[in-house]
Design a protein around this ligand. Structure first.
Ligand SMILES: Cc1cc2nc3c(=O)[nH]c(=O)nc-3n(C[C@H](O)[C@H](O)[C@H](O)COP(=O)(O)O)c2cc1C
Length: 196
């Protein structure tokens, strides 16, 4: 009984949540996405830099363009999911830092004046936020299907600002029939954790 989170919520977010490969036709609304974002925006990032950017692919024409950049095996899922989001990292996140980290507005120039440093920081912190986003999708009673099997440069050129790096494409919706493979094993505590 070490966890204080309600067991039903534990199941919803982790134990029973699965990566979805098929979806029902039920739409995912902008209100749902807004509610997800307004929850997960509180997940921590270094210096509160929050470099994650989200592109919702809503129009059939944009969906078609995205599917063309997906790996063969990912195309049917991206074509059929009720909503698809492209998650990316903004390498120019430092411009917002004086606002986002008012306790030390000088960190913008002190630590993030150089682009390679920003790219490393953005990759790590946007990936953290992508994980919060996936859990947030589950908190809305929906399933996420994150994917990195796509042409990154093609997606960047076609959908993103020049300063953004794609992280993953996420299919979102209600689980459909045969939505998942059998649950694969996870590494156990003793295989992962060492105490020094
Ligand atoms: C960052 C990331 C990239 C992934 N890329 C793909 C992908 O390109 N195609 C795919 O079918 N599944 C992809 N997956 C799905 C994983 O294989 C799946 O989440 C994992 O096996 C756990 O499945 P489970 O949640 O059903 O237990 C990806 C997952 C993550 C988190």
């Amino acid at each position: 009984m070490s966890l204080v989170l309600d067991p039903a919520a534990q199941d919803l977010l982790f134990r029973e949540a699965r990566t979805a490969n098929t979806f029902t036709d039920e739409p995912v609304t902008d209100e749902q996405v807004q509610a997800i974002y307004d929850l997960v925006k509180y997940g921590p990032t270094a210096f509160n830099q929050t470099p994650l950017r989200i592109t919702l692919v809503r129009s059939p024409e944009a969906r078609e363009r995205l599917v063309a950049h997906m790996a063969e095996g990912n195309r049917p899922k991206t074509a059929s999911a009720p909503l698809v989001a492209i998650l990316s990292a903004d390498n120019e996140f430092h411009e917002e830092l004086p606002h986002l980290f008012p306790a030390m507005p000088q960190v913008k120039d002190l630590f993030f004046a150089e682009r390679p440093v920003r790219e490393n920081a953005a990759a790590l912190n946007a990936a953290l936020q992508a994980a919060y986003f996936i859990v947030g999708v589950r908190a809305a009673g929906l399933a996420a299907g994150p994917m990195t099997g796509f042409d990154f440069e093609g997606v960047r050129k076609e959908f993103l600002d020049a300063d953004h790096t794609p992280l993953m494409v996420v299919n979102i919706g209600r689980l459909g029939p045969d939505a998942w493979y059998p649950r694969a094993p996870r590494l156990e505590f003793d295989q992962v954790v060492k105490t020094v």
